[in-house]
Design a protein around this ligand. Sequence first.
Ligand code: KIV
Ligand code: ZN
Length: 498
Amino acid sequence: MSNKVIVFDTTLRDGEQVPGCQLNTVEKIEVAKALEALGVDVIEAGFPVSSPGDFQSVMEISKSIREPVICGLTRAVENDIEVAAKALEFARRKRIHTGIGTSPYHMQFKLKASPEEILERAVAAVKYAKKFVEDVEFYAEDAGRSDNEFLAKVMEAVIKAGATVVNIPDTTGYCLPNEYGTKIKYLMEHVSGIHKATISTHCHNDLGMATANTIEGVLNGARQVEVTLNGIGERAGNTSLEEVVMAIKSHKDLPVYTDINTRQIYSTSRLVSSLMRMPVQPNKAIVGRNAFAHSSGIHQDGVLKHRENYEIIDPKEVGLKQSSIELTARSGRAALKHRLQVLGHKLSKVELDRLYERFLQLADKKKDVKDDDLEALLGIVSRKNGKKLKLELLQVVCGKSSVPTATVQLKLNDELLTATATGNGPIDAAFTAVKQVVKRKIHLEEFLIQAITRGSDDLGKVHVQIQHRGVSYFGFSASTDIITGSVEAFVDAVSKIV
Ligand code: KIV
Ligand code: ZN
């Protein structure tokens, strides 16, 4: 058995099923290209029979992608398989993914069929798919709650019928890691011909076990993992690609590897999040905003002495420049000294001790202390205030059939400066106008709008992260007007560099 774990990405199929995450064909092609650059082996591009839009997306992705296998989902239904085969016509490497439920729940209450009928339909579907493509993957829906003996019988029959991959989905996210691992082991030991096929994991996260179950699956013989970026997917989501890939990469003792170009993880995660309008939770493993942020004094001191004291992954490995040290009331002198050095201030021990007292007083009042707060504490507040950048006026034109245009007036060094720009939306236009005013090369790294409660009159919280000359700066604002809030947050970040 090979030690390579095949990464099967289903962001565009299982991930895209999430309400509100739908993408158009152009956006799907953009994600598919990013997945190709990330190095995934298989892209599940959609469920072609489900809608003309899905059919078109699978077809266009098939034309645009060269390396990964393009896969289309079907039920064990002849028409589904024919439509998928048509949608995959232009794919250089193609796979049909077909299957049927095998758990007592699915057989009795959903399909209303006996186990014998299910077995027959499974074999017929694989044989039919084989008429169109060589590579056929079979899924046993709700395998997590299926009887292992029956599952083994189905697997043996579909492999005999030509299935190249057998997928064991924990559709409802019910299994515990040991249970899921034992299931894979059972199949490895009881399915004759299992070595002719690859076993695939497909786990859902209803109990927060998806990554653990997937890893257990791999340790027991699975060599394909079905995953999504940021773990998006039905209900609590699917197994997250970044977690499995980095778990395998970080544990050098595991006898397996993936071909993922991990340095592309962060940017791909952000692309998926922004196109799907699905924010990544700040404490999400690997790709959350706080995944490499240290805020307690003991941890900050430890990280500054030796990164590996508190980090198991070098942030560069996932495409981030560096970890961040957040200055809060829990920060110690080491973190304060480090930040001051980054800002170009060298303080003696006595000066640092004195500043630290004042820093703690401020940090008790403010959640996090920013660079300009530090400069104010250092007593250069008047010079800094004179330079402060402030949004004085914002006017936008947007709406159907109009070119989004924004005019901004900013106060910089007591001077009022105005610029007008167009963009692909009012926020993009306003950000461009701000950049014109400050004449700096600024790269937008993260832009997140979150509603604080749920009503349309709600306050929108906006976080912006920009990069200038290799350093990241953060901006924040909250407003009932999300366009104004976004521009204020951007100006807040930009004010730290002008
Ligand atoms: O969760 C599941 O069972 C699935 C199958 C369609 C593969 O997504
Ligand atoms: Zn699924």
